[in-house]
Design a binder for this molecule. Sequence first.
Ligand code: HEC
Length: 132
Amino acid sequence: MGFGFRHGVLIAVLSVGGVRAEAQQATDSLPSGVTPAMVAAGKKYFMGEGLCTACHGMDAKGAIGPNLTDAEWLHGKGNFDDIVARVLAGVPMDSSRSGQIMPPRGGSGLTDEQIRAVAAYVWSLSRPGRKK
Ligand code: HEC
């Protein structure tokens, strides 16, 4: 069970309790297990050895691959677990929406831990209140 599930339960519990301020805070916080250091390291991998910029652009606003800075997600809901899973698996032709594919890990040699960091960075890009 991923922690995305637990995070969802946390928000659900807070909302059911009507504690709006806390629910808001939970929504704005980094996902559980994600630290600001991971986001910072992920940016480095995104720009460098992760090869992500080759297809998503230096600003991650898209080139061959889609814009990763908006709230629109072609695959999954854009939550942290979805992003980790997507980057690990890539996008094979049979599930590509654009006819362009993404190799697993973007074709890079990033480790699982580095993929989690790069996913944390990608997650932060579409949350303007949470840049870096
Ligand atoms: C060879 C080009 C290429 C590289 C390199 C690449 N991607 Fe992609 N990526 C794509 C394409 C193409 C898609 C979308 C395919 C489609 O149209 O369905 C995609 C989709 C994604 C998605 C899903 C976006 C959505 O809207 O659901 C994420 C997240 C993502 N890439 C992150 C990364 C990260 C992080 C890296 C670096 C580790 C990376 N990509 C490297 C081409 C690439």
